[in-house]
Design a protein around this ligand. Structure first.
Ligand code: ATP
Ligand code: MG
Length: 1006
C-alpha cells in the first residue's frame, strides 16, 4: 500500500499531489494544499500510534464494549454508559453488529492516517477495534468477492459528522484502491465535487458552520479489478428557502460570500457586484455580522472552488455563466417595490448597473411581488444547483459499458425535532421513516436469508415495524402527502388550517396521528390548535401546519408537481436504488451543542440514540442469535480450550466446533450449528467462552513463552559454550606457541652461556662475545654497588675478571683520583691551616716521640688561654707584641725542681713565663739556643737559652700538656720570624742534643 501511496505522491501532475492532500484535508484546505508545499505531507498518513491488534471481544473489558450486540442488557442506560466510557478515551466508534455508531469528537484524532488504513485493509471486520475504515474495507471487499452493489447510509442530526464520515470513506478508497494516472483523474473529480457542492449546497447554521443543506447520495463505481472508475451523485431537497431567508445567526449558501469576498476585481465588475456583503439583502437580511465567521475563510474557499471547477471540466464560459447566475440572485434580492398613486406597483432596483431604475406596472400587491421575486430567486438557485450536479455527474461518468459494481454513500439528514417543526422537518422525518423501513426490511431479510442459507429455523423477531407510519404519510389518496397535494390543487380558499381539518377527517383514528381536536384531555394540553403530531418510530414530533401549503406549492412549477410529492417519488426511487444493494450503516451522534471536544452531553445523546432508532436496531440485531461466526474462524480462536482440538483439529471444522462446544458444556438451546456458521444465542455464553479463552491464552502464552525462552536460552548457552571452547583452544595454542619459543630461546641462550664460559679466557669470538659482554656488564654493575667509600680504603676494590683487569685498574685510579679531588675540594681554609700545622707537627715528631701517634687525632686550637684570662698588666706590658699563642705550663725551679704553674705566652718575638701579673721570664727567640724533648711519652720541654744574655736565668724546664701543639706553633713562629723554612731540626743520634746548626736552624737530636 505504501507503494500505491508513493505512486500517487510521485505523480507528475501537481494536481495528483493535491488529491493526496485533499483526501486527508477538508475541502477548504484543499486549495491551499494544491498551491505548494503543504504542512500536512504524506507523513500525515505514516505517523500513527501502534494499533491494538487484539480482537474486538478480547478488548471489551478494557474500554467498554466494542459491539453493543454483546451488551449484557439492552437498556438505553447501559447503551449510554458504554458510549460515554469509550468516548472519554477518544474511542468514537462502536459497533452494533456491522453498524457503526460514531460520536463527533470535535477534535482532530490521529486515527485517519495511512498506517491505520493499511492496518484495516483486508482485515476481518471484528478482528480490529471499531473504525470507519473497517466498514469501508469490508464493504469494498464484500463487493469485490461477491460482485454485488453496496451502500453506506450515513445519518445523524446536523453537525453529527455525516459529511466528515463520507469524506473519510472516500479518502480510504482513494488511498487503498488500485491506482493509475487515468483513475487518479476520476478520483480527483469525485473528490473535487465535494468543495463545489459544499460551496453551493452548504451553509453556516446555528448547529454547524458547514451544514449540508441538501441530501446527497453518491455512487462510486468500481470495475471488476476494484478500481474506482466513475461516480454519480443524486441530490435531494435542497433547502432553497435559505437563498431568500436565513434565521438569526445563520448564513446564506457559502458561494455567495465566496464570490463577493474572493472574486477578482474584474469578475466583480463584470457581474456588477460590490466587494461588500453588507450591500446585498439576501446576505444580510437578518444580521449583518453573521456574514463573517471566524471558522470560515471565504477567500481561500473561493480559490478551492475555482480550482475544483477546473478539475471537474468546467470551461471558462460555463464557469462565468455559473457565477453570473449567482450574481443575478444577489441582484434579484436587491430589487425593491413601491406602489404609485394609482395603486399600481412600480419596481426599482437599488444600485443595479449604473443605478438603473426600471419601472414595471403590474396588478399585484407589494407582498405578491416580493413573494414572486423570492420564488424566482429560489427557483433560479435550485435549478442551478441541479444543473451543477448534472455537470459534475457528466464529468465523473464512466462511459465504459462493462459491468461495474457500486458503493453508494448516502449523506442525509437524520431525524429532526425542533421546538417548532415545519414542512422541511416533515419531509426529513418522512425520509428517515423510509430509511428505517428499508433498514428493517434489509436487516430482517438479511437475517432471514442467513438463517435459510445456514439451514436454521426462522424464529420471528419482536420489534416495531414502522411501515404503518410510512403508509400514513405516503399512501395514495389517503396519506398526508396526498391530502396536502389535493388541498394545494383544489379550487377555492385552501389554507393550512383547512388542510389540517382534512387530515383530521381522514386520519381521525390512526394510532400514530394526533391533533388538538383528536387528542385526549392530557395530550391536548401539549398541542396547539394548528399542530398535528406524528408518532414516528423514533418518537413523537409535533408539526405546525403554518406554511405547509405554501412550501408545498412551487409557484413556478405548479403545473409539474408539488414539492412533497416530488420528494416522495425521488425517495421512492432512492429506496428502489438502495433496496437493490447491501446496506452498511453509520449513525453519527453529536456529542454536544457547543462544538466542544471532550464534552459528552448525556441528554443530547440520549435524544439522538432514540431518534436514530439505535435501540430498535440493536433489538433487531439481537432478536435471533447475538453472535455467529464461521466454523473455521470460531475453531481457530477457541481451539486451545479443548484438548481434542488443540493444537490441531484434523477433521472438518464443523465437527471440531461440535467437539469444542460439547467440551465447553454449551446447552442445546444456547447455540445452533448452521451449514457454515455456529450461532450463539446469548452474549453471556460467548463471554464465558471468551473469558475461558482469555485465561487459557495467558497460560498458553506463558507456556509458549517458557518453551521459547528455554529454547532460546539453550541455543544461546550452546553458542556461548562453543564460543568459549573455541576461544580457550585458540588461547591455549597461542600460549603453547609462546612457551615453545621461549624454551627454544632459553636453550640457545644457555648453550651460548656455557660455551662462552668455557672460552672466556680466549680472544673474543662469536661464541664468547655475548658471555664476555655479560661478564663485563655484570662486573661493572657489581662494581658500581661496591665502590670504596673513602680514599683510605684501599682493600675493597672488587677483583675483576680476566677480560677487565686493565679496565679495572684504570677505573680504580680514576675513582681514587675522583675521591681525592672531592676530598680536597671539601677542605675549608681553617681545616687546611690545621692540617698544615699537623703536617708540620708530623714532620717534626713523627717517629721521634712515643706519645706522638696518640696526639695526631687531637685537633690543634688557636690558643689555650684566651686574652681575657691573661692579667691586664701583663697585656699592658706586652701590648706592642702580637700574642700568637698561650698555654698553661708547669715550670720546674732550677733549684730543687719545684713545680710552679705558669702561663706561657708566645708573641712575635719572645716567649713569656707569666705568674699572675708578673712576667717571670722573657725568652727572646734570638736567645733560644734550642728546645729539647725526650723521645718518650712525657711532656717535658727544655728551652736551652744562651748564656751570653745576662738577663736570662738559664735553661727553662717545663711540663706542657699540649706539648706537640705548643712546639709546633712555636716552630711556625720562629720560622716566620726567621723567614726560614725551619728553625729547629730534629735528628736522632746516639746522644740527644740541641744546637744551632751551621744553616742557623735549631738542631734537636734525640
Ligand atoms: N470524525 C471527526 N473527527 C473530527 N471532527 C469531526 C469529525 N466528524 C465531525 N467533526 C467536526 O464536526 C463538524 C460537523 O461535521 P459535519 O459537517 O460532517 O456534520 P454533518 O453531520 O454533515 O452536519 P449537517 O447535517 O449539518 O451537514 C465538522 O466540521 C468537524 O469540525
Ligand atoms: Mg453535512
Amino acid at each position: 500500500m505504501l507503494l500505491k501511496c508513493a505512486a500517487v505522491l510521485g505523480s507528475p501532475s501537481p494536481f495528483a499531489q493535491c488529491v493526496v492532500f485533499g483526501w486527508c484535508l477538508s475541502s477548504r484546505e484543499l486549495w491551499a494544499a494544491s498551491q505548494g508545499p503543504c504542512v500536512l505531507c504524506s507523513d500525515h498518513y505514516l505517523l500513527s500510534g501502534q494499533l491494538d491488534m487484539e480482537g474486538a471481544l478480547t478488548a471489551r473489558d478494557r474500554v467498554g464494549i466494542q459491539d453493543f450486540v454483546l451488551l449484557d442488557e439492552t437498556t438505553e442506560a447501559a447503551f449510554l454508559t458504554n458510549l460515554k466510557k469509550r468516548f472519554s478515551k477518544d474511542l468514537i466508534y462502536t459497533y452494533v453488529g456491522t453498524l457503526i455508531v460514531s460520536v463527533n469528537p470535535y477534535k482532530e484524532l490521529d486515527i485517519y492516517n495511512k498506517k491505520q488504513m493499511d492496518t484495516y485493509m483486508g482485515v476481518n471486520f471484528f478482528e480490529l477495534p471499531p473504525h470507519i475504515y473497517a466498514l469501508a474495507d469490508n464493504a469494498y471487499h464484500t463487493m469485490l468477492t461477491e460482485f454485488n452493489n453496496h451502500f453506506i447510509l450515513i445519518s445523524g442530526e446536523s453537525g453529527a459528522g455525516k459529511t466528515e464520515a463520507s469524506k473519510k470513506i472516500l479518502q480510504y478508497y482513494a488511498v487503498s484502491c488500485p491506482s493509475t494516472t487515468l483513475l487518479n483523474t476520476v478520483r480527483d473529480k469525485m473528490l473535487m465535487s465535494n468543495p463545489v457542492l459544499e460551496a453551493f449546497g452548504n451553509a453556516k447554521t446555528l448547529k454547524n458552520d458547514n451544514s449540508s443543506r441538501f441530501g446527497k447520495y453518491m455512487d462510486i463505481q468500481f470495475n471488476s479489478e476494484g478500481d474506482a472508475v466513475g461516480g454519480h451523485i443524486l441530490n435531494y431537497l435542497l433547502e432553497k428557502s435559505r437563498v431568500v431567508h436565513q434565521n438569526h445567526g445563520e448564513r446564506n449558501f457559502h458561494i455567495f460570500y465566496q464570490l463577493v469576498e474572493g472574486g477578482a476585481d474584474d469578475l466583480l465588475r463584470q457581474l456588477g457586484l460590490e466587494r461588500d456583503v453588507q450591500h446585498y439583502n439576501y446576505l444580510t437580511q437578518v444580521c449583518g455580522e453573521c456574514a463573517i465567521v471566524s471558522s470560515i475563510n471565504d477567500r481561500n474557499d473561493w480559490k478551492t472552488v475555482k480550482n475544483a471547477l477546473q478539475v471537474i471540466n468546467f470551461d471558462e464560459i460555463n464557469t462565468n455563466h455559473l457565477f453570473g447566475i449567482v450574481a443575478s440572485v444577489l441582484h434579484l434580492g436587491n430589487i425593491q417595490f413601491d406602489s404609485d398613486s394609482k395603486g399600481h406597483l412600480s419596481m426599482f432596483e437599488i444600485q443595479l448597473w449604473c443605478c438603473l431604475t426600471v419601472k414595471v406596472l403590474t396588478p399585484f400587491t407589494i407582498d405578491h411581488a416580493i413573494y414572486a421575486r423570492d420564488a424566482l430567486a429560489k427557483a433560479i438557485y435550485g435549478q442551478t444547483f441541479t444543473w451543477l450536479v448534472n455537470r459534475i455527474n457528466e464529468s465523473m461518468e464512466n462511459k465504459d459499458p462493462s459491468r461495474k459494481t457500486v458503493i453508494g454513500l448516502l449523506d442525509i439528514y437524520g431525524f429532526e425535532v425542533f421546538y417548532v417543526n415545519s414542512f422541511e422537518q416533515f419531509c426529513i422525518n418522512y425520509c428517515n421513516e423510509k430509511l428505517q423501513q428499508l433498514f428493517i426490511q434489509l436487516t430482517l431479510k438479511a437475517e432471514q436469508d442467513e438463517y435459510e442459507a445456514e439451514n436454521i429455523e426462522w424464529e420471528p423477531v419482536q420489534f416495531f415495524n414502522n411501515k404503518i407510519i410510512c403508509d400514513l404519510v405516503e399512501e395514495k389518496h389517503r396519506g398526508i402527502i396526498s391530502i396536502l397535494d389535493e388541498e394545494c390543487l383544489r379550487p377555492g380558499d385552501a389554507t393550512d388550517l383547512t388542510f389540517l381539518e382534512r387530515l383530521e377527517d381522514k386520519m381521525g383514528n390512526h394510532p400514530h396521528f394526533v391533533t388538538h381536536k383528536l387528542a385526549d384531555k392530557m395530550t391536548r394540553k401539549t398541542l396547539e390548535r394548528g399542530d398535528f403530531r406524528l408518532l414516528h418510530y423514533a418518537g413523537e414530533v409535533t408539526y405546525c401546519v403554518v406554511g405547509f401549503l405554501d412550501k408545498n406549492n412551487d409557484l413556478l412549477y405548479r403545473n409539474i408537481k408539488d414539492v412533497a410529492t416530488h420528494f416522495k417519488s425521488s425517495l421512492l426511487k432512492l429506496t428502489e436504488i438502495l433496496m437493490a444493494k447491501e446496506a452498511w450503516y453509520i449513525r453519527c451522534l453529536k456529542s454536544n451543542e457547543s462544538k466542544q471536544p471532550g464534552q459528552f452531553d448525556e441528554a443530547l445523546i440520549r435524544h439522538q440514540v432514540k431518534y436514530l432508532g439505535l435501540m430498535e436496531h440493536l433489538r433487531v440485531r439481537r432478536a435471533g442469535f447475538a453472535y455467529r461466526r464461521k466454523f473455521d474462524v470460531f475453531l481457530k480462536r477457541y481451539k486451545p480450550l479443548c484438548p481434542a482440538t488443540w493444537p490441531h483439529w484434523r477433521g472438518e471444522p464443523a465437527d471440531g466446533v461440535e467437539v469444542l462446544v460439547q467440551h465447553l458444556g454449551y446447552l442445546p438451546h444456547e447455540y445452533k450449528m448452521g451449514r457454515t456458521k455456529i450461532f450463539i444465542r446469548h452474549p453471556r455464553t460467548l463471554y464465558a467462552t471468551e473469558d475461558a479463552y482469555e485465561k487459557c491464552k495467558h497460560e498458553l502464552a506463558t507456556r509458549l513463552q517458557a518453551k521459547y525462552k528455554g529454547y532460546r536460552a539453550k541455543g544461546e548457552f550452546k553458542k556461548q559454550k562453543e564460543a568459549a571452547t573455541k576461544i580457550e583452544t585458540c588461547w591455549r595454542g597461542v600460549q603453547a606457541r609462546k612457551e615453545k619459543e621461549k624454551r627454544a630461546w632459553a636453550v640457545k641462550v644457555i648453550k651460548k652461556f656455557i660455551k662462552g664460559y668455557m672460552t672466556r679466557g680466549q680472544a673474543k669470538t662469536t661464541d664468547n662475545s655475548e658471555y664476555l659482554a655479560f661478564v663485563r656488564q655484570s662486573y661493572l654493575n657489581r662494581l658500581k654497588e661496591k665502590l670504596p667509600k673513602t680514599v683510605l680504603d684501599k682493600t675493597t676494590w672488587l677483583t675483576p675478571p680476566v677480560v677487565l683487569q686493565e679496565t679495572s685498574e684504570i677505573l680504580r685510579k680514576l675513582h681514587y683520583r675522583l675521591m681525592v679531588r672531592k676530598y680536597v675540594r671539601g677542605i675549608t681554609p681553617q681545616k687546611k691551616a690545621q692540617l698544615q700545622l699537623k703536617a708540620t707537627a708530623s714532620s717534626i715528631f713523627k717517629g721521634q716521640k712515643d706519645s706522638y701517634p696518640q696526639s695526631v687525632a687531637q685537633p690543634f686550637v688557636d690558643t689555650r688561654i684566651s686574652e681575657q684570662e691573661v692579667n691586664m698588666r701583663v697585656l699592658q706590658m706586652i701590648r706592642n707584641e702580637h700574642i700568637k699563642y698561650s698555654v698553661p705550663v708547669i715550670k720546674y725551679d732550677r733549684n730543687g725542681f719545684k713545680p710552679r704553674p705558669r702561663q706561657l705566652i708566645l708573641t712575635q718575638t719572645a716567649a713569656y713565663v707569666i705568674e699572675e701579673a708578673k712576667i717571670k721570664q722573657r725568652v727572646l727567640y734570638t736567645s733560644l739556643k734550642g728546645i729539647s724533648v725526650s723521645n718518650l711519652t712525657d711532656d717535658i720541654i727544655v728551652f736551652h737559652i744562651t748564656c751570653e744574655d745576662p738577663k736570662q736565668k738559664g735553661d727553662l724546664v717545663m711540663q706542657c700538656n699540649h706539648l706537640f701543639e705548643f712546639l709546633t706553633k712555636l716552630s711556625v713562629i720562629i720560622e716566620i720570624q726567621a723567614g726560614k723554612e725551619s728553625a729547629v731540626d730534629f735528628t736522632t743520634g746516639q746522644e740527644p742534643m740541641v744546637y744551632k746548626a751551621k744553616n742557623g736552624h735549631l738542631m734537636v737530636v734525640s
